[in-house]
Design a protein around this ligand. Structure first.
Ligand code: GSH
Length: 337
């Protein structure tokens, strides 16, 4: 009896996962594009230029998935979403994946019917104040008015930090990053708090960036990464490995300039990633050149980082935690084998 019911349970489990696997990949192929939820505009992560073209570190994850699935990184429909809107848009099927500076937390992972597919930026919450305030540490902010964005992890971290340090604050809440910046600029608050990367992005958008300073305290862990719906394991794997391929390509020394050479003349690990050896693509339900297309069209993680948020960008953020694990950071892709 025990044996029978466990076989039955295993059968059911297989049935459920096979059924769910049909969904998103088929939809995306039929539609010919990936519907990707991004932010409403955040320099370096997802922003639209005058011609309507999107770019950024988060946008590159959307592009990587399109390159892997459709062979063309430009086949993405971008859906700008506020922090409050983002999870509903994914749950309702309006988007195929969310790639929008979203922190992986226990609550989000367990109660929204969603899965985090990894981390594409290790961040932490910080504070930005006007120079005029003369404040050198967040511990001097007792009684401050703080500009924050609704529906973010920022809200709870702020409450925890002030309570833990016996300080009071007033929250001034906004819906978008543009509004938050304007609120700060027009003096609605003394301090703007958010993930540090976003502080740098917002700071360069100020009329006078030098008038504001980012304080040294980092008060939380904000591992940011792409998110998919639960119940579609095939799609979960595709998003997880498309993002990982960016990281693994950098680790293996494969970039957009040498990818053609590596594909034919590389070491076994490089060829396995690029599809000239092994069957990594097939195991994802994709073509053999899935990761080749990612690296050729989007570049590897390091290229994406420098172009969007690093030294080749106005943000000039150092790799820090987001360097490879063997280069002093904690960026680590599972092996493609
Ligand atoms: N990582 C945090 C914060 C994410 C967030 O939405 N931050 C704002 C602060 S600036 C933002 O990126 N806004 C972009 C937008 O307005 O679309 C979370 O997942 O809750």
């Amino acid at each position: 009896m025990f044996k029978f019911s466990s076989i039955l349970a295993a059968g059911l489990a297989v049935g459920v996962s096979v059924g769910a696997q049909a969904g998103t990949l088929e939809d995306v192929k039929k539609r010919g594009s990936v519907s990707c939820g991004v932010s409403t505009g955040l320099a370096g992560f997802s922003q639209k230029d005058e011609k309507g073209a999107w770019s950024g570190l988060d946008v590159d994850v959307c592009k990587a998935v399109a390159a892997a699935v459709l062979g063309d990184s430009s086949k993405v429909q971008y859906k700008p979403l506020t922090a409050k809107e983002r999870f509903t848009a994914l749950q309702s099927g309006e988007i195929d994946l969310l790639s929008r500076n979203t922190t992986w937390t226990h609550t989000r992972d367990t109660s929204l019917g969603l899965n985090f597919a990894g981390v594409n930026y290790y961040d932490g919450q910080g504070f930005m104040v006007s120079n005029k305030l003369g404040v050198k540490s967040a511990l001097e902010l007792d009684g401050a008015a703080a500009c924050i964005q609704a529906g973010t992890t920022t809200e709870l971290n702020l409450a925890d930090y002030f309570r833990a340090n016996g300080m009071k604050y007033t929250a001034v809440t906004f819906d978008t990053s543009d509004q938050t910046r304007s609120g700060f600029e027009s003096g609605r608050c003394d301090v703007l708090t958010s993930d540090q990367s976003q502080l740098y992005a917002i700071r360069i958008g100020l009329k006078d960036p030098d008038a504001a300073v980012v304080l040294p305290e980092v008060i939380s862990k904000e591992p940011l990464g792409p998110v998919v719906r639960q119940g579609d394991d095939a799609w979960f794997n595709i998003v997880k490995w498309s993002m990982s391929a960016l990281i693994e390509a950098e680790f293996l020394g494969v970039d957009s300039a040498n990818v053609d050479k590596m594909k034919d003349e590389g070491k076994p690990g490089q060829k396995r990633l690029l599809g000239t050896e092994g069957d990594a693509g097939e195991k994802l339900g994709l073509s053999a050149d899935w990761a080749y297309n990612i690296v050729k069209q989007v570049g590897n993680y390091g290229e994406s980082f420098e172009r969007n948020v690093g030294m080749d960008s106005p943000l000039k953020i150092a790799r820090g935690l987001n360097a490879q694990w063997n280069q002093g950071g904690i960026l680590y892709s599972p092996p493609v084998r």
